[in-house]
Design a protein around this ligand. Sequence first.
Ligand code: GTP
Length: 598
Amino acid sequence: MSTELTRNFSIIAHIDHGKTTLSDRLLEHTKTVSQREQQDQHLDAMDLERERGITIKSHPVTMEYTAKDGVTYQLNLLDTPGHVDFSYEVSRSLAACEGALLIVDAAQGVEAQTMANLHLAHEQDLAIIPVINKIDLPSCDLPKVNKQLEDIICIPAEEAIPASAKNGIGIEDILEAVVERVPAPVEDADGLLRASVFDSVYDNFRGVVSYVRVVSGSMKRGTRIKLFHTTKTYEIKEVGVFTPGMSKRDELKAGDVGYVIANMKSADEVKIGDTITDNTHPCPKPLDGFKEIQPMVFSGIYPVESSDFEALKLAMGKLQINDAAFTWQSESSVALGFGFRCGFLGLLHMEIIQERLRREFNMDIISTYPSVIYEVTKTNGEELLIDNPCMLPESQEVQEIREPIVRVYIMIPSDYIGEIMKLVMEKRGEMEHTETIDETRVMLTCTLPLSEILIDFNDKLKSMTRGYGSMDYEHAGYKPGKLVKMEILIASEPVDAFASIVHQDKAAPYGRQLCKKLKEVIPQQLFVVALQAAIGGKIIARESISAMRKNVTAKCYGGDISRKRKLLEKQKKGKAKMKAIGKVNIPQDAFIKVLKND
Ligand code: GTP
C-alpha cells in the first residue's frame, strides 16, 4: 500500500511563539474545521490548557490538502507542548514524524527552547521547515531573525517562511512546504503490521483509546492484535483518525496516525512506546521504543479531611489513566494522616495535577514540600533511591548521597549576564560556557542541581531580566553533594511533614525560616513550645512560643451559663480540627500555611 501521499509532521517552538494558533489556521485552511466551529485554539482542549494558554497533551489531527500540483495529500499534524516539564511529549510526537515546522516569533527571535527543540528534531533526523511567525507585529525584525537562523541554527534564511498565524498570512506556503519538503513515510517491505503507540487516553464510554502511528501493514475492525510488551492479544473494535474529533475509518494503513480501540479494560494494559502487531502474522521484533518516562519531582498529597482518603485515591487513579507520567502510592504521615506520595515530571506538572484534583474532583488537599529523587549509598554498601526525606537513613549509616543534576540553557540580554551568573552561583551551579547570540543577547550553558531550580529559578530569571530571559533544561545525571536531612521538632517531637533534604550550607537559613513561620501559625499553648530545626540530633535553629493560660470562658463575666456552655462546645469542636503532635495541638491550617508559602 502506498504512503506517497502521506506527510507526518509536528510543530515545535518556544512557548507562546504561536504553535496552537498556527495549528488552528492549518485546520481552517484545509477545511478540517469550519470557521463556524472554530472557537479558537482547537487543539488545546483541556480547560486548564485553555486558561493557562499552554499545551499539555499532544493531540494528533489528520487534514486533507489539495496542493498546487492538483494532488490531495493526507497531512498528519502532531501538536506538541511547549513547557520544559513536558519535553518528553515533544520527543514522543517527533518520533512519529518525518518533518517539523520550527516556529520562531518574529519579534522575540530564537529562544532557549527553540534550540532545545531543534536539537530533539535533529536527533530524529527530521526535515526542518523554519516559520517566522507574527510578522504582523510592529516590533517584528525579520532581518534579525533571519540572521539568527543562519548563524545559530545553520538554516539558510531563504528556507524560512514568513507568516502571521493571527492574520492568516503564509498558511498556504507552509502547507506547500510540508508537501514538498517533508519526506513521505517509508514502509517496511514485508508489509507486516507494526504500529507504535505514542499516547493513550481513557474514555468513560469506550475504554482505552490508544493513539498510534502505523509504520507498516494495516489494521481494521476485527484484526486480532498483539502488544509486544505484555504479549496480550486483543480484538480491534474500532480504528479511526482525528479530524480533530474522533472519526471512524475502515482501516488504518502504513503512514497513518490515528486511534485504535480494542477490548482493553484498563489503561495500564497499554504501555506508551509499545508496538502493536498482528497476532496471526506478527512482525519479528518491536519498533524502537521510546524513553521510559521518569518522574523527577515528588511530593506528598493528603486530604484535609481524613474521610476524603478513598475519594482522593479514586481521583488519583482517574488522573493517572490519562497521564502516564504521574505516579502515586499510599503513605502515611504522623502530622497529616493517610495520603499519597506522588511523582511528577516537574513543578508545572505538579501544580496542574493539584489543580485538577481541586477543580475536577472537588478535593480539599495539602501537599508537602517538593523533593527530587536522591541516590544513596549506605556504609554497608546498600544502594537506595530516596524520594521522601523521611526515608533517608540516619547520617552515620550514609556513605554518600547523590542528587540529580540538570544542564540548563539560559538565553538573556547581555546586560544581565553578571546578575544571572550570580544567581546560578547562589543556586550551587557551575558555568559551562557562554555564547554570543547577536549584539544584544547571550546564551549561558550551566549545570545546576535539579532541586535548586525547582522552586523559583525560572521566576527569578524572569523578574531579574524583566521577562526577557528564557531557559530550558535537560537531565545530566547524578552528582555527590553535601546533603543532609533536616528535621523540624515541635516540643521535641519530629514532624515528618516538614522534614527535608537540604545542602549543608543552606540548612541553617532554611531551618530558621521554617521555625519562624511555624511560630507565626501555631497558637499559644498552656506551656512553652520549642520549635527547632535539627540535623542528626544537632539543633541548628530555634524559636519558642511563650505559654498562655487559655480560658475561653473568661470573657463571660456574670456567669451566663448557656453562653459558657456554647463557648466550651465551640472549643471542643475546634480541637477536632487539631492534629496532636506530642502534647501540642496544631490546627490543620497551620500545616497548610507553612507548606504552601514556601
Ligand atoms: P504553548 O502551547 O503554550 O506552547 O503556546 P503556543 O506556542 O501554542 O502559542 P499560542 O498559539 O497559544 O500563541 C501565543 C500568543 O501569541 C497568543 O496570545 C496568540 O494570540 C499570539 N499569536 C499567535 N500567532 C500570532 C501572530 O501571528 N501574530 C500576533 N500578533 N500574535 C500571535
